[in-house]
Design a protein around this ligand. Structure first.
Ligand code: CAA
Ligand code: FAD
Length: 379
């Protein structure tokens, strides 16, 4: 057993950390306040190769592994959780299913555009009436000659509106529930495909979340991903890896909050001494650091399993569950360490606390992670 990161993984961490501090952190609070997505940041990530970390060079990637990918999401989220999820949704939700299920033509066309960052990706599973019960979707795709006609609404779509390529799940056989779901690659600008309401959110406010509307939207049959009826399996296996991206996001948020709290606890004086001299504060920091280390081990392990071609679905559900719950506790405690100042926008910890909450909700709520883990234990 070797817990040492490779030289390449350490170099990637340093590169992403430098980039995050120089190009992401300075505008994070302003973008959060203004709910502003910044495409320039994504373009700079593309220049660094981050948009295609795990994909082979022949498809525009940099041929690194999934541990490198989670390190990148962690480092970005340490300063801006919105930027972390932009990359996570792009890479593990939009690009992965094309890498895994796409034919050669789809990989050459769509995966390459995503890997090089010429295109930004999104993943559209959830609907107004089907969140946790993903198989309960209503969006339909009716075959008509060489095309499919999509009708329906998707909600809560990360990168909605700003993305160029969408993985959309729809029923090709509405009577067959999950066995009748198929996956499609839909390009921005396709006639009949529009973006609806943009959500106003508690956290990750510079990551756009929107509704997608399909009204007689015609998709060439070449854009069917995998086989007809294979869509639910594609959706679920995509989430197996995606969830670990959210674990990495939660880990980064928690680390950012601890760093800020530890610095503050050394500087802030009350009763004539730094507040960290009180065990009540130093024990908080110790608990935070311990939970972060456990989150990191679970997250890196799940990514390592994926890189090694071993089963990683349970490990990924566990990392997301643990790191998400830990991030919520840690960021709440970070605000506590800052006292009243932590409750204001003068310091970043209130943003970390608002951002942490989503990691317990999306890519399957943490109740659903427990359901997934429980089913795997008893299968
Ligand atoms: N891998 C492969 N196959 C799987 C699978 C997996 N991980 N999970 C389920 N399946 C298969 C089952 O084997 C079964 O196949 P058969 O019919 O051939 O036997 C089939 O799928 C149906 O499985 P279930 O009976 O377990 O399905 P279910 O309807 O009970 O739902 C669920 C299972 C795990 C609760 C699923 O609905 C789920 O994951 N819900 C949460 C939805 C979710 O995570 N949404 C995230 C949206 S994306 C997002 O949020 C992005 C973002 O934030 C950035
Ligand atoms: P519901 O399913 O209605 O759940 C409500 C509550 O009931 C939750 O606490 C839940 O845990 C609980 N519950 C439900 N069923 C059970 C059960 N069987 N056992 C125990 N408890 C249960 N979706 C996408 O497809 N693509 C995206 O890019 C995307 N991005 C998102 C971004 C944001 C900011 C948000 C808020 C959501 C996003 N989602 C996305 C949707 C997200 O995955 C869903 O919100 C989530 O899966 C929960 O679904 P729901 O909101 O409908 O809640």
């Amino acid at each position: 057993m070797n817990f040492q990161l490779t030289e390449e993984q350490e170099m990637l961490r340093k590169m992403v950390r430098d980039f995050a501090q120089k190009d992401v952190e300075p505008t994070a609070a302003e973008r959060d306040e203004a709910e502003r997505f910044d495409r320039d940041i994504f373009d700079k990530m593309a220049e660094l190769g981050l948009t295609g970390i795990p994909w082979p060079e022949e498809y525009g990637g940099i041929g690194a592994d999934f541990v490198s990918y989670v390190i990148a999401v962690e480092e970005l989220s340490r300063v801006c959780a919105s930027t972390g999820v932009t990359l996570s949704a792009h890479l593990s939700l939009a690009s992965w299913p094309i890498y895994k299920y796409g034919n050669e033509e789809q990989k050459k066309t769509f995966l390459s555009l995503l890997a090089t960052g010429e295109a930004l990706g999104a993943y559209a599973l959830s609907e107004p009436g089907s969140g946790s019960d993903a198989a309960g979707m209503k969006t339909v795709a009716k075959k008509d000659g060489d095309e499919y006609i999509l009708n329906g609404n998707k909600v809560w779509i990360t990168n909605g509106g700003v993305a160029d390529i969408y993985i959309v799940f729809a029923l090709t056989d509405p009577e067959a529930r999950h066995k009748g779901i198929s996956a499609f690659i839909v390009e921005k600008g396709t006639e009949g495909f529009t973006t609806g309401k943009k959500e106003r959110k508690l956290g990750i406010r510079s990551s756009p979340t929107t509704e997608l509307i399909f009204e007689n939207c015609r998709i060439p049959k070449e854009n069917l991903l995998g086989e007809e009826g294979e869509g639910f399996k594609i959706a679920m296996t995509t989430l197996d890896g995606g969830r670990n991206g959210i674990a990495a996001q939660a880990l980064g948020i928690a680390q950012g909050a601890l760093d800020a709290a530890a610095d503050y606890a050394k500087e802030r004086e009350q009763f004539g001494k730094p507040i960290v001299a009180n065990q009540g504060i130093s024990f908080k920091l110790a608990d935070m650091a311990t939970e972060i280390e456990a989150s990191r081990l679970l997250t890196y392990q799940a990514a390592w399993l994926e890189s090694e071609g071993q089963p990683y679905g349970k490990a990924s559900a566990m990392s997301k569950l643990f790191a998400g719950d830990a991030a919520m506790r840690i960021t709440t405690e970070a605000v506590q360490v800052f006292g009243g100042y932590g409750y204001t926008k003068d310091y970043p910890v209130e943003r970390y606390m608002r951002d942490a909450k989503i990691t317990q909700i999306y890519e399957g709520t943490n109740e659903i992670q427990r359901l997934v883990i429980g089913r795997m234990l008893t299968k």
